[in-house]
Design a protein around this ligand. Structure first.
Ligand code: GTP
Length: 188
């Protein structure tokens, strides 16, 4: 299967990306289809997000610059399609990645259960099996539909020695924190 880039009919990058960043960091986002990966990335890039669910085909690569510790860092994010049929292209996405964001939906127990399988793939395909990872429980705004309690996910993260954060695209909460914490860990 060949690598298909960017299904979405919109520009791939937002913001002004210049060539004079002091460093650049590649992150990969994985997780089941529909957990909110693309919406999280839209919000991180300050795009206006849409409520329409357009499933990512293959991988969507987008970037932005930010300043961390007085240094300009270019963050390139590979947003992968969560559908099973895109799994064969994922291995190549990890090449050169310095961090992985693994997303599940707190209202979808299966998407949390599948995190184990995503972790196996990360360990198999990332050049460094100890690559920094951030576990993200998204859709935290939907408290009445929650199927995965915070403590359960946090304990799983502790046992696997990875960071855990809950986000909400609708409430715009913890999104920058999720990305930037991982960038900081990845560039340490
Ligand atoms: P694939 O591209 O198929 O892998 O899916 P994805 O993980 O990129 O999901 P996407 O970002 O397209 O979001 C799927 C649906 O979830 C959309 O209808 C979003 O509006 C909705 N959604 C995403 N984040 C949130 C959130 O924090 N809260 C709520 N309530 N809905 C969300």
């Amino acid at each position: 299967m060949s690598l298909k880039l960017n299904s979405r009919e919109r520009p791939k990058s937002t913001g002004c990306i210049t060539e004079d960043a002091d460093s650049s960091v590649k992150l990969v986002m994985v997780g089941d289809s529909g957990v909110g990966k693309s919406c999280l990335l839209d919000k991180f890039l300050d795009d206006s997000s849409t409520n329409n669910f357009i499933s990512t085909i293959g991988v969507d690569i987008r970037s932005r610059e930010t300043v961390i510790n007085n240094k300009k860092v270019k963050i390139q994010v590979w947003d992968t399609g969560g559908q099973q049929r895109y799994r064969p292209v994922l291995a190549s996405c990890y090449r050169g990645a310095l961090g992985v964001i693994i997303v599940f939906d707190v209202t979808n127990r299966i998407s949390f259960k599948n995190i184990k399988q995503w972790m196996v793939e990360v360990e198999e395909f990332a050049s460094n099996s100890n690559i920094p990872r951030m576990l993200v429980g998204n859709k935290a705004d939907l408290s009445d539909r929650r199927e995965v309690e915070f403590e359960v996910a946090a304990e799983f993260a502790r046992q696997n020695n990875i960071a855990y954060i809950e986000t909400s695209v609708m409430r715009k909460s913890n999104i920058k924190e999720a990305f930037l914490e991982l960038v900081k860990t990845s560039t340490r």
